[in-house]
Design a binder for this molecule. Structure first.
Ligand code: AMP
Ligand code: GLY
Length: 423
């Protein structure tokens, strides 16, 4: 089977690494890929959101299956376009991708189907938004409705800060069309976890649990990022918790989307806040998490490709996935300055030595090939140094041993990934 993976980050490297191991694959491309992905797949210089370019490539190269990594092409309808052209693809339709693409849609959907989530209001009017904030007080959360690359959520500690976020989005147009409407919601307390399930429009199958670290600094301090590291399993997601989340959140979502005429196919990523009253849904993502995918794929012992195709074909019910016992942990190495301004183009050395640590795979998130086989930093998050181990503590030890073999003065990482599970 000729397969194309769309995207060029650490998540897509992990997907390509897993898909390349499938005996079903005769040819693997990645658009646009990166320097690490090039070891697994032929990289083609087409941007992940260049829908026309991807359509043209699929026709020219007779691609038989497309795996879409990021949310932007999903929300833009890539899977619908491919289906209309007779090309099978992994991921939801644009209508189903609204679960991530519009926070207002997601909140109303949860209300319609009784799915536990924070209390909220939707606003396009500044005065009405501020009246809601005044009535509820702080802390309170202000979110841009549309896709904002993870930057559209403001956790306001004070009413003034919340009002400023409203001005920023509704008056100053900080996120453009994505911020023309805001969702304002109750602040939820608890521990976060990332919950993943495959879905085929009708049936849902939970994957192993994971947790990421969103803040840039040790001890979960500093600004939010796309994710500075992840580990799996997350101890807070017990078997009873999995049953609870499937029963109260994931299955009602899949049933609700089907009933509303937008059946959900692909991977459903529920961002959970687990508090005293049990799990509540913070947000839905319609794709694998990044860096969570980098800890899920190494733990998956079954062939990933038939699992993805089962979602597309609506035959997930017959699938049984095997997972490695033990744990996986990813330490993200980012360019100095991230998540603010950062430099590109610095050389990264020691990758081979890092990859020789037992159980370690170094996934590339933002790299580009340089002269004479050099690897250059080309993004904010640059590497995902991933290790398997008997438990999170061993995976953590191995991952940092590998990190310490990487010679890259232009980058940094957190030194405490996995602390909750190791303590
Ligand atoms: P989201 O993009 O919706 O996942 O939001 C990004 C991050 O903001 C989440 O991972 C949480 O850490 C935090 N967050 C979002 N909504 C809430 C909420 N209602 N209460 C507390 N924290 C939240
Ligand atoms: N790791 C968070 C995300 O993928 O959205």
């Amino acid at each position: 089977m000729k397969v194309l993976v769309v995207g060029g980050g650490g998540r897509e490297h992990a997907l390509c690494w897993a898909i390349a191991a499938s005996p079903l694959v005769t040819k693997l491309w990645c658009a646009p890929g990166n320097a690490g992905i090039a070891q697994e797949a032929e990289c083609v210089p087409i941007a992940a959101d260049d829908i026309d370019g991807i359509m043209e490539f699929c026709a020219d190269s007779r691609v038989e299956y497309v795996v879409v990594g990021p949310e932007a092409p999903l929300c833009a309808g890539l899977v619908d376009r491919l289906a209309a052209a007779g090309v099978k693809a992994f991921g939801p339709s644009a209508a189903a991708a609204r679960l991530e693409g519009s926070k207002g849609f997601m909140k109303d959907f949860c209300a319609r189907h009784g799915i536990p989530t924070a209390a909220y209001g939707r606003f396009t009017d500044i005065a009405a938004a501020k009246a809601f904030i005044a009535a509820h007080g702080a802390p309170i959360v202000v979110k841009a409705d549309g896709l904002a690359a993870g930057k559209g959520v403001i956790i306001a500690e004070s009413v003034d800060q919340a009002n400023a976020a409203v001005d920023d989005m509704l008056a100053a147009g900080r996120f453009g069309a994505a911020g023309a409407e805001v969702v304002i919601e109750e602040f939820l307390d608890g521990e976060e976890a990332s919950f993943f399930a495959l879905a085929d429009g009708e049936t849902a199958l939970p994957l192993v649990s994971a947790q990421d670290h969103k803040r840039v600094g040790d001890g979960d301090t500093g600004p939010n990022t796309g994710g500075m590291g992840a580990y799996s399993p997350a101890p807070i997601v017990t078997p009873a918790m999995v049953d609870d989340v499937m029963a109260r959140i994931v299955r009602p979502t899949v049933a609700g989307m089907k009933a509303e005429g937008a059946p959900y196919k692909g991977v459903l990523y529920a961002g959970l806040m687990i508090g005293k009253a049990g799990p509540k849904l913070l947000e839905y993502n319609v794709r694998f998490g990044d860096p969570e995918c980098q800890v899920l794929m190494p733990r998956l012992m079954s062939d990933v490709l038939p699992a993805l195709i089962a979602c597309t074909d609506g035959v997930l019910g017959s699938l049984d996935l095997r997972w490695m016992e033990g744990a996986a942990l990813t330490v993200v190495m980012a360019a100095n300055g991230y998540p603010g301004e950062y430099e590109k183009g610095s050389e990264i050395r020691g990758l081979m030595a890092a990859g020789r640590v037992a159980g370690v795979t170094v996934f590339h998130a933002g790299t580009a090939p340089g002269e004479n086989g050099a690897v250059l930093a080309a993004g904010g998050r640059v590497l995902g140094v991933t290790a398997l181990g008997a438990d999170v503590a061993e995976a953590q030890k191995r991952a940092y041993e590998a990190v310490d073999r990487i010679d890259w003065p232009g980058g940094f990482c957190r030194r405490d990934i996995g602390w909750r599970a190791v303590e």
